[in-house]
Design a protein around this ligand. Structure first.
Ligand code: SF4
Length: 403
């Protein structure tokens, strides 16, 4: 294991979850088609590429979901997590032009923008009384270097020390290192010293360089993505990881993607959450994308819960999949539904219709309707509070007429 602290490796999880999971698998019956997976898990083994493909092709989706839900319950019982966060994207100006991206702009476009430090802090200030996390990712601005983000993070921390900063995808870190003539490690050290707390997982797309050449040519390679995250972990910080599916990848490439992430998680213990989300096509340039159905979203959540046993949390990212599928995913292996968010651009420009006005009461209703208990968490999953919604004030109603 690397330098990441032990509480991050478990992150709210029952340390004896494997025994609980085996016991609950043994107490239920399973179809013959799923037995290779069930037997391996029952014996405490790990799933491989063939198991992953079997699960992706298994005809009984509810059965697969039941197995993944048992794995989630073995770790967290009925608890499901959310946080109180906001997304602020410092710039949409980007030197690249990924074909799935509806967010990026060139410097010359009318709606291109780039925040100053003051504008970033002012925007965060609109939400800071209510949130515990700011999620900030953006384009690869050709004029920005590490000092731009050092200034933003230091000012944000000074103004709002209670807000955890989750920011910069791996490709943004690579870009800042190049712009600043620093190594990735030196760049990360400076950003963490300035106030950065953890990295989000964006930009993983599919960890296959052939797929990346088609959908995001010029981005960091698969290995660079993994190496940058491993460096974060070696520096004693956590990060998250993602998978963008439903573009041009095969099922095998999805499973290999998960296995590559698992290998890093095994080595460093530093991935805290995996967030799989389907490609949304509005205003993008990828007409050949296969697109993912709702069933495929739920199946991918279930497969990832079962494959990724060294990554504690699986998130149903409601900003992308929507509230309806997000809450259903809590029965298919997800334990987290993301946060209240308030403001989000990247997914909404690509077609998301997930509501941005969610408050804690609404989040808890989504979770309770899925049969789970709502627990509010902090940004790095080290503190958890059972959320009990305040009682709805009784409305004085009119006396109903009777026949
Ligand atoms: S996905 Fe990121 S790197 Fe790619 S074009 Fe969009 S903003 Fe730029």
């Amino acid at each position: 294991m690397g330098a990441v602290r032990a509480e991050h490796r478990l992150a709210g999880c029952n340390p004896e979850w494997r025994e609980h999971f085996s016991d609950s698998i043994a107490s239920e019956s399973w179809s013959e088609a799923l037995l290779p997976v069930v037997t391996t898990l029952l014996e405490g083994g790990r799933l491989d590429l063939q198991h992953g493909l079997l699960m992706y092709n298994h005809p009984d989706l509810p059965e697969l979901g039941r197995l993944a839900h048992l794995a989630k319950e073995a770790r967290y019982g009925r608890r499901a997590f959310f946080n109180h966060n906001v997304h602020i994207n410092p710039t949409n100006v980007c030197a690249l032009a990924c074909r799935f991206c509806a967010f990026r702009r060139s410097k010359r476009q009318d709606d291109a923008y780039a925040f100053s430090t003051e504008a970033y802090v002012e925007d965060l200030g609109r939400y800071a009384d209510h949130v515990t996390e700011v999620h900030s990712v953006g384009g690869l601005h050709p004029d920005w270097d590490v000092t731009t983000y050092e200034s933003m993070f230091a000012a944000a921390k000074a103004a709002f020390p209670h807000v955890s900063i989750k920011a910069l995808t791996a490709v943004e870190v690579k870009h800042l290192a190049k712009q600043s003539d620093l190594s990735v490690e030196e760049t990360l050290e400076r950003l963490f010293d300035a106030g950065l707390d953890q990295l989000p997982g964006g930009g993983a797309e599919i960890l296959d360089d052939g797929v990346r050449a088609v959908i995001c040519n010029g981005k960091e390679s698969s290995q660079e993505y993994l190496d940058i995250h491993a460096t974060v972990h070696q520096l004693g910080h956590v990060s998250n990881c993602t998978m963008l599916f439903g573009t041009v990848e095969t099922l095998e490439q999805r499973v290999i993607h998960m296995l590559r992430l698992r290998e890093v998680a095994d080595r460093t213990g530093g991935f805290q959450c995996f967030v799989p989300y389907p490609f949304l096509p509005d205003d993008t340039r990828l007409p050949e994308a296969q697109l993912a159905t709702g069933a495929e979203v739920l199946r991918t959540i279930a497969v990832s819960r079962l494959m990724l046993d060294s990554i504690p949390h699986i998130k149903a990212y409601r900003m992308n999949v929507g509230d309806g599928l997000g809450e259903l995913a809590l029965r298919f292996g997800a334990d987290d539904i993301d946060g209240t968010v308030h403001k989000e651009s990247i997914m909404h420009l690509a077609g998301s219709t997930a509501p941005l006005d969610a408050d804690k009461r609404r989040m808890s209703r989504l979770i309770e309707d899925a049969g789970a208990e709502p627990w509010e968490r902090n940004s790095d999953y080290t503190t958890f509070t059972r959320f009990v919604p305040p009682p709805v004030p009784k409305r004085r109603g009119l006396t109903m007429a009777t026949e």
